[in-house]
Design a protein around this ligand. Structure first.
Ligand SMILES: *Cc1c(COP(=O)(O)O)cnc(C)c1O
Length: 217
C-alpha cells in the first residue's frame, strides 16, 4: 500500500532527524488523479490533500466532503487573483502567496469574511525565470508586507529546480524562514521528501509516490 509505505518512510525520516512525527504533515497531492484513487486514500483514513488548480479542486472536493469528514485541502499551484475568492472558500491553506497584488486581494477577502486560510510564501529559491515565487533577496520585505496586511503567514514554500541538489534549496528556505520567525516549511515531494524532513520540512507534498504516476490529460 503506497500510502502506508510513505507514512513509514516519513516516520523513519523523522526518527533519524530526531523530530516528532506530528511536526510533519503529509499532503497527498491528488491533482489529475482519478477519483477512485483519491477515494481509496480517503478510505485509508488520510484527510490532508493538495491540489494545484482551483477549478479542478472545486470540481471534486465539495463532493468528497459530503462523504468524508475532516478533509483539509491545501492549494499548492499558482493562484490567479480572480480565483482567490473561490480558493479561500475551498482551502485550509494556500502555499503559493507570491506577489503583493495577491496579498492585497487575500487581505481584503480575509477582512470581508473574518477568516483566512494559512498562507505560505512561495520562494523561487533557484531564481528560475519561468518559475513563480518571491526572489530570495525580497523574502524578508515581502513577509513584512504580508504581516502588515494582517495575513496569517504560516511559513515558506519552495520547488527546487529539477536539475539541482534539492537539499541546498531546502537549507536556504529553512534559513530564510528562521530569520523571519516562521516555523512552517512546505518542501519535499515524491523524490526528495526525506532530505526535506532532515532539513526541517513541516509539510511534504507527495503525489506520484502515493497515487501512482499522474494520468495524462
Ligand atoms: C504536483 C506537485 C507536487 C507533487 O509532486 P510529486 O512529484 O508527484 O510528488 C508537489 N508540489 C507541487 C507544487 C506540485 O505541483
Amino acid at each position: 500500500m503506497p500510502l502506508a509505505d510513505i507514512q513509514d518512510r516519513i516516520a523513519a525520516a523523522c526518527a533519524k532527524a530526531g523530530r516528532p512525527l506530528q511536526d510533519v504533515t503529509l499532503i497527498a497531492v491528488s491533482k489529475v488523479q482519478p477519483n477512485a484513487r483519491v477515494a481509496a486514500v480517503l478510505d485509508q483514513g488520510h484527510r490532508v490533500f493538495g491540489e494545484n488548480k482551483v477549478q479542478e479542486a472545486a470540481g471534486k472536493w465539495p463532493m468528497f466532503r459530503e462523504s468524508y469528514d475532516g478533509i483539509a485541502l491545501h492549494l499548492i499551484g499558482p493562484l490567479q487573483t480572480n480565483k482567490a475568492k473561490a480558493a479561500v472558500e475551498l482551502a485550509q491553506a494556500i502555499h503559493t502567496l507570491d506577489r503583493p497584488k495577491l496579498a492585497q486581494v487575500l487581505a481584503r477577502l480575509a477582512q470581508e469574511s473574518g477568516a483566512c486560510p494559512d498562507l505560505f510564501v512561495q520562494v523561487n529559491t533557484g531564481e528560475e525565470p519561468q518559475k513563480a515565487g518571491v526572489l530570495p533577496a525580497d523574502v524578508d520585505a515581502f513577509v513584512a508586507e504580508a504581516r502588515a496586511l494582517d495575513l496569517p503567514i504560516a511559513g515558506l514554500m519552495c520547488i527546487p529546480p529539477v536539475d539541482e541538489e534539492p537539499s541546498l534549496h531546502f537549507a536556504l528556505l529553512a534559513k530564510m524562514a528562521a530569520r523571519n520567525g516562521l516555523t512552517g516549511l512546505s518542501m519535499g515531494m515524491s523524490g526528495d521528501f526525506e532530505s526535506a524532513i532532515a532539513l526541517g520540512a513541516t509539510h511534504v507534498r507527495i503525489g506520484a509516490a502515493i497515487f501512482g504516476e499522474r494520468v495524462a490529460g
